[in-house]
Design a protein around this ligand. Structure first.
Ligand SMILES: Nc1ncnc2c1ncn2[C@@H]1O[C@H](COP(=O)(O)OP(=O)(O)OP(=O)(O)O)[C@@H](O)[C@H]1O
Ligand SMILES: [Mg+2]
Length: 238
């Protein structure tokens, strides 16, 4: 299981949103840090093929994902940064609907939905409409949705944005539990969200990958005491 990205670029008009991004993702949690507009969401949109790339390649176990098409999408789970939810649907119905879109058989879907609702602690709210959910409950449904079909590659774009500290810690725990044996990419502006769970840390700015290292090296390699310190230090020295 390996996802290799070579020289991937994407522009919106004159704006180069992603500039020659190259990295090999392995199983484990990779955190992608960087200021607003760094290109993090653009990278995820290119991996989901929601956005057309200008140049470069994304290889999954050696084959470009454009060639794999549906075969790759089946192995992909995505929790987007901004998302519309079907307010009138119950959590259970929403997950069943997403499972159908993903082409998961009804029986398998029913089992997975039951298991996932339990993992994200929403069993008791399964039959309530998502329109009445708090931010944290919504993020949990969306995380469960991304996990349908037991993906090998999981993309989480700011999964904890807008959550209170307790909900954040809870969601982080779920992510850690669900990340086993997967290539997990997670973007966040809250460094403490990934400080304990990330194996690798990537730092991006202006569409470029500035620096990548394992968590210990990322922090102590620049003499920082925390990931937040290291982020600031590295961002301003690279
Ligand atoms: N659909 C679009 N049309 C035009 N420009 C876009 C579009 N999407 C992104 N951009 C631009 O591309 C750059 C990268 O944006 P992107 O959303 O990838 O950043 P990000 O790192 O995810 O930022 P944030 O931390 O704010 O989510 C920005 O300059 C942004 O304005
Ligand atoms: Mg973004």
């Amino acid at each position: 299981m390996q996802m290799v990205i070579n020289n991937l670029s994407k522009s919106y008009g004159e704006k180069l949103a992603l500039d020659g991004f190259t990295y090999s993702f392995r199983p484990g949690v990779t955190a992608i840090l960087g200021p607003n507009g760094a290109g993090k969401t653009t990278l995820m949109n290119l991996i989901t093929d929601c956005t057309k790339r200008q140049s470069g390649e994304i290889l999954y176990d050696g084959t470009d994902i454009l060639k794999l098409g549906r075969e790759f999408r089946k192995r992909l789970g995505f929790m987007p940064q901004s998302q519309g939810m079907y307010e009138q649907m119950t959590a259970q119905d929403f997950l069943a609907y997403m499972a159908e879109i993903k082409g998961i058989r009804k029986k398998t879907a029913a089992r997975q939905i039951r298991e996932l609702l339990s993992v994200v602690n929403l069993e008791n709210a399964a039959h309530q409409k998502v329109g009445g959910f708090s931010g944290g409950m919504r993020q949990r449904v969306l995380l469960a949705q991304a996990m349908l079909g037991t993906p090998e590659v999981l993309l989480l774009d700011e999964p904890t944005a807008g959550l209170d500290p307790e909900e954040r810690i809870r969601l982080r725990g779920y992510i850690e539990k669900l990340a086993v044996d997967k290539i997990v990419l997670i973007t966040t502006h809250i460094t403490s969200d990934v400080e304990t769970i990330a194996d690798e840390i990537l730092l991006m700015n202006h569409g470029k990958l500035l620096f990548a290292a394992d968590r210990a090296e990322f922090i102590s390699g620049c003499g920082a005491g925390s990931l937040e310190d290291a982020y600031i230090k590295r961002l301003h020295t690279l």
